[in-house]
Design a protein around this ligand. Structure first.
Ligand code: ATP
Ligand code: MG
Length: 583
């Protein structure tokens, strides 16, 4: 346990200290990337508890991903010691789930209700639509599209003691809206509420916050409107922008000192967001002084393969040459490198769409470089995960650690999938999917101790990125959405092309608002980098069924060319390309 008291705030800068030590009441902290939002938030909770007599159990900290919640919890443990356990740290989904568990009967559920899995949703929709025995998956999906949100479907869910993931926040909102006494109970329990990444709050989450916190309550919201990237899931940055109108006498604090990135990276990122910034007078002042800091590298690739090869070559150079590694053992210790500075875990490759990962994963794997790939998709939506969880739930005789049980059950399932003729219960699941599922679930199991119930609970609401293991010595591959809130010494942002950033689907033109959000996504990507940033684009890419010419992302042209070191662009075209041109 760190020393608490006045010393507690010594590790904050002046503005962070103002935010951390402010008295109660609504407070909005507007802070750019890398300005220490999580640090400020944890120190504020610790300060309130250690100095102002706030009880830890009166504090509720809400984050958007399980990973962020874990990190907050770890930092609080360090600052407050064992009493940190009494602080409720939760995602919106798990908060909703906890409220539902406490009030299950009031919403027509037993205390043992579960979150519906994909296969169950299909079966229930088919039942509602009267499709009879064993309908085809296509028919069931169509029935599901029609059934979602209807009274019959919801009734059928309840009859099976199930709730939909989407209902985890809306059901508590409906419940609390009609139960003022219950609202008072929760308000008395959590007198201090903290929300990280507030720019990504959606209307239902906002409604829950309004119920849990009175207009003059102790709500500390922290975020960056320029990092609002979840409007496709219904998030509305307007809630951030109108905080002062919604909460009485709200205090505003701005943090502008960036502790994460070198000056060239920050300058490039600031220029990239400038055309559509939602923060008037946006500033990011580098705290890191490093006259030797390298420029941002922009690599013009001839093809996707060339781009992937650039990543491999650069990783190789940074990690200090991989030829000495023992490839056959599969174990790689990249820390044993000549300069000893960069290891695989320090490197992230970011991209706009999950489909872009394959080329990079293949190239890195062929070069013997270990990787872990994570998207922001729901864990339960990944093939194999739900099936594995189901097997695990039924395998109650089994002993050993949760991770060992997952491996065992997974192996049996994978073997079964390898013999589809014997058993098609698992609906076309491939053994390979099951092995990926084992890899995804093992780190989650480790974090849940050996508590199966907790594991299944976390799994029900978790995203694939929650299974990202920062300690594994592997190059990390993430969608830009999944990379939010994280930082890496070395970042590759691949596929910076018009059509991918901003994303454009065939036959559609994105609206100005959509392009602005894509620009924010680009900004999020750039600001994940601490020391080295490589941005790449390729001249040709296979998209929507054919190979197309690609132009660099228009966002790149917002950055002063003097800040960029340009590489590539003069590779000879491959013979096949030349032939095509001749034709
Ligand atoms: P993002 O918007 O990307 O989520 P953030 O504002 O949450 O960023 P943090 O992740 O909390 O930023 O902090 C960025 C980095 O800066 C971390 O490595 C953190 O430890 C460091 N940092 C923050 N404040 C200070 C400080 N006062 N002194 C030294 N390092 C700091
Ligand atoms: Mg953060």
């Amino acid at each position: 346990m760190e020393e608490v008291g006045t010393g507690l705030l010594d590790r904050l800068d002046a503005m962070q200290r103002v935010a951390a030590s402010a008295p109660g009441g609504p407070m909005l902290i507007v802070a750019g990337p890398g300005t220490g939002k999580t640090r400020t938030l944890t120190h504020r909770i610790a300060y309130l508890c250690a100095e102002l007599g706030v009880f830890p159990e009166q504090c509720l900290a809400i984050t958007f991903t399980r990973r962020a919640a874990e990190e907050l919890r770890e930092r609080l443990d360090m600052l407050l010691g064992p009493v940190a356990e009494d602080v409720t740290v939760s995602t919106f989904h798990s908060l909703g789930l906890a409220i539902l568990r406490e009030n299950a009967a009031a919403v027509g559920l037993s205390p043992h209700f579960r979150i519906v899995e994909d296969a169950e949703r299909l079966a229930i929709a088919a039942e509602v639509a009267g499709l009879g025995e064993a309908p085809s998956e296509r028919d069931a999906r169509r029935a599901l599209d029609e059934a979602v949100g209807t009274d019959e479907y919801v009734k059928a869910l309840r009859a099976h003691d199930l709730v939909d993931l989407d209902e985890l926040v809306s059901l508590p909102v409906a419940l609390l809206s009609g139960a003022p006494a219950l609202v008072d109970e929760y308000r008395a329990r959590w007198r201090w509420i903290f929300v990280d990444e507030y720019q990504d709050v959606d209307p239902t989450q906002y409604a829950l916050l309004r119920l849990l916190c009175p207009p003059d309550g102790n709500l500390c919201a922290i975020g960056d409107p320029d990092q609002a990237i979840y409007s496709f899931r219904g998030a509305e940055v307007s809630f951030f922008l109108r905080f002062a109108a919604d909460f009485t006498d709200a205090r505003m604090v701005r943090l502008t000192r960036n502790y994460r990135s070198t000056a060239p990276i920050l300058a490039a990122a600031t220029q990239a967001i400038a055309p559509t910034t939602l923060v008037p007078g946006r500033r990011l002042d580098p705290a890191r002084v490093d006259p030797e800091a390298p420029q941002v590298v922009v690599y013009a690739a001839a093809s996707v393969a060339d781009e992937a090869d650039f990543v491999v070559r650069t990783v190789d150079e940074l990690v200090g040459g991989v030829s000495h590694r023992s490839l056959d053992s599969g174990r790689v210790d990249s820390r044993a490198t000549p300069d000893g500075t960069v290891s695989f875990t320090d490197i992230a490759v970011l991209y706009r769409t999950d489909a872009q990962a394959a080329a990079v994963v293949d190239a890195l794997s062929r070069a013997g470089i270990p990787v872990q790939k994570r998207s922001h998709d729901r864990l339960l939506d990944r093939p194999g995960v739900a099936a594995l969880a189901r097997e695990l739930r039924f395998a109650t005789g089994l002993s050993g650690s949760l991770a060992a049980r997952i491996r065992l059950v997974g192996q049996v399932l994978a073997e079964r999938c390898a013999q589809p003729a014997l058993d098609d219960l698992d609906g076309g699941l491939r053994a390979e999917d099951v092995h990926t599922a084992i890899d995804l679930l093992t780190p989650l199991a480790a974090r849940c101790g050996d508590d199966l119930e907790r594991f299944l609970r976390e799994l029900a609401t978790g995203a694939e990125v929650d299974a990202f293991d920062p300690r594994a010595d592997r190059v990390v591959l993430l969608t830009l959405h999944a990379a939010k809130g994280l930082e890496f010494p070395v970042v590759f942002l691949v596929g910076c092309e018009d059509g991918l950033l901003p994303l454009r689907r065939p036959g559609t033109e994105p609206s100005d608002e959509e392009v602005a959000e894509e620009r924010r996504l680009f900004f999020v990507g750039l600001t994940r980098a601490q020391s080295r940033l490589y941005v790449s684009h390729t001249r040709r890419r296979f998209r929507y069924g054919s190979e197309r010419d690609m132009a660099p992302s228009p966002f790149l042209s917002s950055i002063d060319p003097g800040l960029l070191e340009r590489r590539g662009g003069d590779e000879p075209r491959k013979p096949r390309d030349r032939q095509l041109r001749l034709l």
